[in-house]
Design a binder for this molecule. Structure first.
Ligand code: ATR
Length: 475
């Protein structure tokens, strides 16, 4: 049969449906399937005129796609993905390509990759960022797996993906097996950091400077015109202008309970950083900030008994100065967040043998995804200058930012700490900067302590070898 679909999508929840519509809009026929038939029926009802080919059994679905089949899985990550793969395996043919576009943990992708390799099925683990609208209009896509399989998908992926200002599609081959989902995990971790930094900034503007929610909205709107321009700043400005949708005239943000939930991707980034021995304080503090927000009941109790400093009213001229410091502090903290994120990708790429092109990662995050920002072009430029750059802070552009903006961040952290306003990520950012630029750290004392109580030995700075000090007479 010649009129078979060019590609298939399994999972008609909103992400899968929108990806299917995106592919169709780009001129391809798309086979669709969902475990629960009613979802597929609804998609067909809503999009009757589109070039979609619905099936109501997996066998029919597989048969409706031309070979070698290209099938994108958009199902619930974890057990859902395993279940669908197990059902598909017996009915697929050698050379078919499965693409997992879910928010999958990269180690699961590595495991599935190995299993599928043995059965001759190609497997691509692909991070997809941009939320529902991104999936529909153009996401940032991070595919990893066999390069030959990616090459058979590259044209469609490039059509689907968001386009950066220079017209380049926000998709590239990331590396073998779990590389794509790994990079997506770090992307999400960085997203946690960006969000928390904005939240800490808002807290200072609103609660320390006493600006109204509307005034804060104006500031974020203004910053969105400058070097902080990004999707998250833009939506923050928008959020802060919105009133209660249930009738009161209060800003909606004031009515939302301050417990920040999470789906685990930030935690995965931190856990992996601990595994690989990479300093990743910005993402980790962002995860902790969400966790402490969830101790709402305890915080309410503690707020009634634990005291903090009283802060004086801040003069109008000081407010102006602090707002301008905040803009720089936020930008410089972002630098630290991405410096850590990219260093983690580099160390992981070496550890897992992925050979990731770091500059390309910044490039495909320039549009489509949640962390899209003007700033990412500077990262791309930095890796163009030095493809194997160890740390962004060593690039001349970012060094210059550090030289000029660090004082702003120091002042903001000092101000917040003195006023008793929590700034875990701002503080983590400046602390990372100071640690990273320290030729000597007090780790010598840690080594002495370890040797003292556990005979763990140490190296010396003045001679080769391993040493143990006679701290006390052996019994
Ligand atoms: P939602 O995004 O609607 O909250 P979800 O539970 O995350 O839903 O599931 C997303 C998609 O994965 C759905 O298409 C779901 O199929 P159903 O509509 O039949 O629930 C699909 N999915 C989840 N677990 C699955 C499984 N074990 N087998 C097949 N599809 C599964």
């Amino acid at each position: 049969m010649s009129n078979k679909a060019e590609i298939g999508v399994i999972g008609m929840a909103v992400m899968g449906k929108n990806l299917a519509l995106n592919i169709e809009r780009n001129g391809h026929s798309v086979a669709i399937y969902n475990r629960t038939s009613s979802k597929t029926e609804k998609v067909m009802e809503d999009h009757a005129e589109k070039n979609l080919v619905p099936s109501y059994t997996l066998e029919d679905f597989v048969n409706s796609i031309k070979k070698p089949r290209r099938i994108i899985l958009m199902v619930k990550a974890g057990a859902g993905t395993d279940a669908v793969i197990d059902q598909l395996l017996p009915i697929l043919d050698q050379g078919d390509i499965l693409i997992d576009g879910g928010n999958t943990f990269f180690e699961d992708t590595m495991r599935r990759s190995e299993k599928l390799d043995a059965s001759g099925i190609n497997f691509i683990g692909m991070g997809v960022s941009g939320g529902e609208l991104g999936a529909l209009n153009g996401p940032s896509m991070m595919p990893g797996g066999q390069k030959e399989a990616y090459d058979q998908l590259a044209d469609i992926f490039k059509q689907m993906a968001a386009k950066a200002e220079d017209g380049e599609p926000c998709v590239t081959y990331v590396g073998p097996n779990g590389a794509g989902h790994y990079v997506k995990m770090i992307h999400n971790g960085i997203e946690y950091g960006d969000m928390e930094l904005i939240a800490e900034t808002y807290n200072i503007l609103h609660n320390l400077l006493g600006l109204t929610v509307e005034e804060c909205a104006e500031i974020f709107k203004d910053w969105d015109q400058g070097e902080l321009q990004s999707y998250l700043i833009e939506i923050t400005a928008d959020i802060l202008t919105r009133k209660d949708d249930l009738g009161s005239d209060k800003p909606i943000v004031d009515l939302i309970l301050d417990e920040a939930a999470n789906k685990g991707t930030g935690k995965w980034s931190s856990q992996n950083a601990l595994e690989l021995g990479v300093p990743q304080s910005v993402i980790t503090e962002s995860v902790y900030a969400r966790y402490i927000s969830f101790l709402k009941k305890e915080r309410v109790t503690a707020s009634k008994s634990l005291t903090g400093p009283k802060f004086n009213k801040i003069s109008e001229s000081d407010k102006k100065e602090i707002i301008s410091l905040l803009e720089k502090a936020l930008y410089f903290s972002k630098v630290m967040s991405y410096a850590q994120g990219f260093e983690q990708i580099k160390i992981a790429s070496e550890y897992y043998n992925w050979n990731i092109n770091y500059g390309e990662m910044a490039k495909i995050w320039r549009e489509g995804c949640i962390i899209r920002a003007r700033f990412l072009q500077n990262i791309t430029d930095a890796f163009n200058r030095e493809p194997q750059l160890d740390n962004l802070l060593l690039d001349p552009y970012f060094k210059n930012i550090a030289d000029n903006y660090q004082d702003a961040l120091r002042q903001i952290v000092a101000l917040a700490v003195k006023a008793g306003i929590p700034v875990p990520v701002f503080a983590a950012a400046i602390t990372y900067y100071d640690s990273y630029r320290s030729e000597v750290l007090p780790a010598n004392l840690i080594q002495a302590q370890r040797d003292y109580f556990g005979a763990h030995t140490y190296h010396r700075i003045d001679r080769e070898g391993i040493f143990h000090y006679p701290w006390y007479e052996e019994q």
